[in-house]
Write a protein that binds this ligand. Structure first.
Ligand code: ZN
Length: 761
């Protein structure tokens, strides 16, 4: 899956200014981690590489891979895996399929009807469209449903809960509306979809409907498919509602170990990551009659969508009946794993992946990313034939089972966990692609590398580098002048931290492998996500229709892979990581202050009688209650650790430059790299985050109530958000220890780098 953004920006004359001041790395300056000599060689090979990816071939691959529905367990899913395998082999890779058997339920019965005040039965069907040739493949399409919803048969009053997030339930409380025993209806968006049934369950609801409001990805945004790119009336977003943020991603029955034939499996009833209440996604065609029948308080302005109705919250006399049954079967997933062995440092692995399974035909998600991956692999194979020999081992992976919830990647990485912890240098993920700006998320030790690569790739539309275009985009959308000043003066654009919702999760959060998630996005609005209309017809009419951004993505990632593979010293830069830690430290300190101010203000207002004075007797609201003002927290251990990491990062940068200028001994560097690649592992804590031990990284995690969006230093930040200040304070030393261990490690490597440098003449 891949969350979609709708970004509209007007640039005016900015491009021409940028053209004038394009800041490409001077060709003479060595690349990060390379000596001057190896840098020059590297650039020559990269130039050859960048000419190879072919938009026409990407289009051909997409047409082949999205020709039929290819979800987990389908015939075409397996055929695609075999076809991808054959491509890798024909390009000279040592490739094979690794199979895992995972729990993947599909629906056997779905019913949604309104029983009061009038009768209405939901259609739960996406119609075929005459112009769209693959939309009519009814026999092979999965019905519209949410995977890992439990079976259930519930009749209950209906309550509209906006996006169904914790803050929405606080508003409901003010309105005096309870969801206890009710079925809630939430809008899609603003979070990972599985958060919605989770929060509904926490508040006592018995069922959950999730619908796509036209305000978010329908006619309010643009014309609907097939006239335009947006979601038509009966279009439905399928998707997983596995509760991975609170538990773990991957096969529900084999947490922490690969779902191999010999693996010990849990009973289904003991799996911790299944949704708790029956949940069903619906179209706005099916949602409108239900929402129109609601009474009770009128929904707050910010809650209303674009349907031609008055949005009420409920709960009045409106009752709905939801009945769902699934076949809880094990099904095979087929990961295609291709290797190009390294020469001098073969025990160091650079891993690159994109999933191949889809909810239906999945041209955009995931094939638009998969075709870029395939062209990288073909081009690297071609370079190899021309005499390029990667120093390190390259592993390309086409994952299966990502859509149900990262099944193929998680089970593979759990199976190979020990090897990955010893050998993995980095993992680079994509999950679809479109037109627009570089989307760059990842571990901050890789921030400098991504910036350097982005300065060497040309944007196909703007005539500037993709780095320049991203900088321009960020300047235009910056919140304030400080942010703009930083964007103009800091050498590197910041990477966004990783949340979840795609295949990097096990690598970054569970195993501590520095990971990246890259793609182009921001210019293609669309409303076909996880529907039968995400297909070749839609993609070639409304997205990267000439596949020029597919080529840009291949160039971006292929170059990143080559640098990670060929560098004399692995191209991490820890001063960037130290900056990120300092940012997060400041954010959690500000968050605590904000919480204190908020509670103090609310308590004052209660004392002054503000709530009773402004209450409208015809639209009464419930006042909040007095709260304890949050205590101060001692952040000193983390402040000291962050300081130490900043110093170590500076030391490392200096030592690296000196070492690379000194004709270092390759054997000494190889030994050092083998240690250096474990740097990210030190940021793990074996006990993991509070309440979710699977997530071991102390800096990055998916938010408990956001899912896609990260919560950095989650142990501290989310404990403050959940008002558990004692836990937040107890987490400070845990994070501090990870950061401080990292500082000691980086400082130690810097000292070793000083030894590989021959003395100055
Ligand atoms: Zn995807």
């Amino acid at each position: 899956m891949r969350r979609r953004f709708a970004l509209v920006l007007v640039f005016g004359t900015l491009y021409s200014q940028l053209l004038a001041q394009a800041t490409q790395t001077p060709r003479s300056e060595p690349l990060l981690g390379f000596t001057a000599q190896s840098s020059a060689q590297e650039r020559e090979w990269e130039q050859k590489f960048k000419a190879l990816p072919s938009p026409q071939l990407m289009r051909d691959y997409m047409q082949r891979l999205s020709a039929r529905p290819h979800h987990v367990g389908s015939a075409y899913d397996k055929q695609n895996a075999e076809w991808i395998l054959a491509q890798f082999q024909s390009w000279g890779w040592d490739a094979k399929i690794e199979q895992f058997d995972v729990l993947f339920p599909t629906p056997t019965f779905r019913l949604l009807e309104m029983t009061e005040p009038t009768r209405f039965t939901a259609k739960l069907d996406e119609p075929a469209l005459a112009v769209d040739p693959t939309s009519g493949q009814k026999a092979e399409q999965l019905p519209t449903y949410n995977a890992y919803s439990p079976d259930g048969d519930v009749t209950a009053p209906l309550v509209f809960v906006n996006y169904g997030l914790p803050a929405d339930y606080e508003v409901l409380e003010r309105l005096g509306v309870s969801v206890k025993g009710a079925i809630v209806i939430a809008k899609y968006g603003n979070s990972w979809r599985g958060v919605k049934p989770r929060v509904a369950w926490e508040h006592g609801a018995m069922g959950c409907l999730i619908y796509s409001d036209p305000a978010d990805d329908g006619y309010f945004e643009d014309r609907v498919f097939p006239e335009g790119p947006m979601r038509p009336k009966d279009g439905v977003q399928r998707g997983s509602v596995m509760d991975f943020p609170h538990a773990y991603p991957g096969d529900p029955l084999t947490p922490g170990v690969g779902a191999t034939p010999e693996a010990k499996r849990l009973d289904i009833k003991d799996a911790k990551n299944l949704a708790k209440i029956p949940t069903l996604p619906i179209s706005y065609g099916d949602a409108q009659p239900l929402l129109a029948a609601l009474t009770g308080p009128v929904a707050p302005k910010e809650w209303r969508g674009a349907l031609p109705i008055t949005y009420h919250v409920g709960a009045g006399a409106t009752r709905v009946h939801l009945k769902l049954e699934f076949d809880w079967k094990l099904r095979p997933v087929y990961d295609v794993i291709a290797r190009m062995p390294g020469t001098t440092e073969a025990d160091e692995w650079v891993v690159r992946g994109n999933h191949h399974d889809a909810w239906v035909n999945g041209a955009e998600d995931p094939i638009s990313g998969q075709v870029a991956l395939l062209e990288e692999a073909r081009a690297l194979g071609e370079l190899h034939k021309q005499g390029w020999n990667p120093k390190r081992t390259i592993i390309y992976a086409a994952w299966d089972g990502e859509e149900p919830m990262l099944l193929g990647s998680t089970e593979w990485a759990e199976t190979h966990a020990q090897e990955l912890q010893q050998h993995a240098v980095a993992y680079i993920n994509t999950d679809g692609n479109g037109r627009g700006y570089l989307m760059a998320e990842g571990a901050h030790s890789l921030e400098a590398l991504v910036n350097e690569v982005a300065k060497d790739v040309e944007d196909p539309e703007a005539g500037v580098t993709v780095w320049n275009r991203l900088q321009a985009h960020r300047i235009k959308s910056a919140q304030n002048s400080d942010a703009r000043a930083q964007l103009r003066t800091r050498g590197d654009l910041k990477l966004n931290p990783l949340g979840s919702g795609t295949d990097y999760t096990v690598f970054q959060d569970h195993l501590g492998v520095a990971s990246l998630n890259l793609g182009y996005e921001g210019e293609d609005d669309g409303g076909i996500y996880h529907s039968i209309y995400d297909d070749f017809y839609w993609y070639t009419h409304f997205s990267d229709t000439s596949f020029v951004y597919g080529k840009a993505l291949s160039q971006t990632i292929g170059t990143t892979v080559m640098r990670l593979t060929d560098a004399d010293v692995l191209p991490y830069r820890f001063s960037n990581l130290a900056d990120a830690v300092n940012d997060y430290l400041k954010e959690v300190k500000d968050l605590l202050k904000e919480k204190r101010d908020q509670v103090q203000e609310q308590n004052s207002e209660l004392k002054e009688g503000v709530y009773s004075a402004i209450n409208d007797p015809r639209r009464p609201t419930v006042a909040p209650t007095q709260e304890q003002v949050p205590p101060f927290i001692n952040f000193a251990p983390l402040e000291n650790a962050a300081d130490a990491l900043a110093k170590a990062g500076g030391h490392y940068n200096k030592a690296l430059t000196t070492a690379l200028n000194s004709k270092p001994d390759p054997a000494k560097l190889a030994a050092l790299n083998l240690r250096l690649l474990t740097a990210e592992r030190l940021l793990l804590n074996e006990g993991g985050l509070p309440t979710r031990p699977y997530y071991k990284h102390m800096l990055y995690a998916p938010g408990l109530y956001t899912g896609y969006q990260p919560k950095t230093v989650s142990g501290i930040r989310e404990s403050i958000e959940l008002k558990d200040y004692i836990l937040a304070e107890a987490e400070v030393p845990k994070v501090a220890k990870a950061v401080s261990d990292e500082a000691v490690f980086v400082d130690g490597i810097a000292a070793e780098l000083e030894k590989v440098a021959s003395p100055a003449p």
